[in-house]
Ligand binder design. Structure first.
Ligand SMILES: [Zn+2]
Length: 288
């Protein structure tokens, strides 16, 4: 159920089938090391949402692909909009989605840099009375990370990761044992792009720049100051955070994308089959 694919008369059925739930996947355009495309965040969540929506129908809004990218101006491919404009776009898009009959709107974010903006926006929707509710979630690289996969092996057994070979399981064990990291453009995101379109991953460029932290800004965290909102790029000057994802391949892609799709499916089912949040919203509106 892609918004733009529907004909006018099909929307009535789409509202019914989705139970009024519309999901906007959110990413950005920014460098993801030299081995992944700049639209990585948009691609990974849009694809997982699309796969999940085949199983549990929900309206898929066109991706919010110009998410919050401040800094990173030295790299090609970044598209930056002001935070004010991003907030205004969200405000008007959500109002339009609701006007069309979808009263539960989920901002399904997959770009860490969007978090502050998304949270602020969701808070701002409470300022005046609305007949719709906006909420958000963050889903992404974690579900394709060796740490999450290791957890699944421990809980459900090795067969639960049926896409992977024994050598792949060794890659997971080695990664976890050595406490390797998998942030921005790291193992998880690399796997997810393998799962979406393997031809977009250039493993031969995965160590073209370093993803290891300089640790320069760590002292801010240690003092309780928020490093990541403003100084993330000091620790990760190459727009790449994590160990080089050696051993990542298309099988990890299939497996990781399935796990992310399952996480998306869980969110869809919760929001589709609950009947409280619109009532809470109504009660809130009647209070003042
Ligand atoms: Zn990313």
């Amino acid at each position: 159920m892609l918004w733009g694919d529907l004909r006018e008369e099909e929307f009535y059925d789409a509202i019914e089938q989705s139970k009024g739930v519309c999901i906007m996947p959110m990413g950005c355009m920014e460098m993801h090391g030299q081995h992944l495309p700049v639209a990585t965040d948009t691609m990974k969540i849009s694809y997982a949402l699309h796969e999940a929506a085949k199983i549990e129908p929900v309206m898929e809004f066109p991706a919010f692909r110009f998410g919050d990218v401040q800094g990173l101006t030295q790299w090609k491919g970044s598209i930056r909009l002001t935070v004010e404009l991003e907030q205004e776009l969200l405000k008007q898009l959500c109002a339009e989605i609701a006007r069309n009959g979808f009263k539960k709107i989920i901002l399904m974010n997959s770009h860490g840099g969007n978090n502050s903006m998304v949270h602020n926006f969701v808070r701002s929707t409470m300022y005046d009375k609305k007949d719709y509710v906006v909420t958000s979630c963050m889903l992404g690289a974690y579900y394709a990370s060796p740490y999450y996969m290791k957890q699944i092996i421990d809980d459900q057994g090795r067969e639960a990761l049926y896409e992977l070979t024994d050598e792949d399981i060794d890659v997971i064990e080695e990664f976890v044992e050595n406490k390797r990291t998998y942030g921005h453009a790291g193992f998880g995101e690399t796997a997810l792009i393998f799962g979406y379109r393997p031809e977009l991953v250039r493993m031969d460029r995965a160590d073209a720049v370093s993803g290891l932290s300089t640790h320069e800004a760590d002292f801010l965290d240690e003092a309780g100051l928020n490093k990541s909102t403003r100084f993330w790029g000091i620790n990760y000057p190459n727009s790449y955070a994590g160990d080089t994802p050696y051993g990542c391949n298309e099988r990890f892609g299939k497996c990781g994308m399935r796990l992310l799709t399952e996480a998306v499916l869980k969110v869809i089912r919760v929001i589709k089959y609950e009947d409280k949040i619109l009532k809470w919203n109504q009660a809130w509106n009647e209070k003042w």
